[in-house]
Ligand binder design. Structure first.
Ligand code: ADP
Ligand code: MG
Length: 140
């Protein structure tokens, strides 16, 4: 599926629709350049799933965790890592094995080869100041 959104608010609506289709164990890989909207999307998705805490970029800490009742989101950002080996050092295998929570990964390119086949992939492209083209794969 491919859509264009013309404001953050529209991306928020899209996140709301996507939230209905994901569940515990979902792994979501977010692709796109800096400023494409990966973190904003994660924030909207967490909001749609009822998480109240503010989602902040995990770029500098690599991973953040949000909890809500018996549901949790692990939000990972591999931007500062340069190889699969480095991702393994921060425990990416354990994150991917953990099916008790929702796992969201920004800059997943270095671990593309080890993402499970059911991974939902979302590609964000900057197409104008407030416009993004968003392609979604593997979400049914
Ligand atoms: P990334 O995590 O991909 O580097 P961010 O989510 O941090 O990007 O930043 C995206 C920025 O783009 C946010 O400031 C957001 O408000 C803005 N933006 C503008 N238009 C849109 C849109 N249509 N969808 C999502 N974000 C948008
Ligand atoms: Mg980001």
């Amino acid at each position: 599926m491919e859509v264009s959104t013309h404001s953050p608010q529209e991306t928020k609506k899209l996140a709301f629709e996507i939230a209905k289709k994901i569940s515990k164990g979902s792994i979501i890989a977010l692709y796109g350049d800096l400023g494409a909207g990966k973190t904003a999307f994660t924030r909207y998705l967490a909001g749609a799933l009822g998480f109240k805490s503010r989602v902040q970029s995990p770029t500098f800490v690599v991973a953040r965790r949000y909890e809500r009742g018996d549901l949790a989101i692990n939000h990972i950002d591999l931007y500062r890592l340069t190889s699969k080996q480095e991702a393994e050092e921060i425990g990416i295998d354990d994150f991917l094995k953990n099916r008790e929570c929702i796992t969201i990964i920004e800059w997943p390119e270095i671990i593309d080869g080890i993402l499970p086949k059911e991974t939902i992939r979302i590609f964000f492209e900057y197409t104008g100041e407030n416009e993004r083209t968003i392609k979604i794969q593997n979400l049914y």
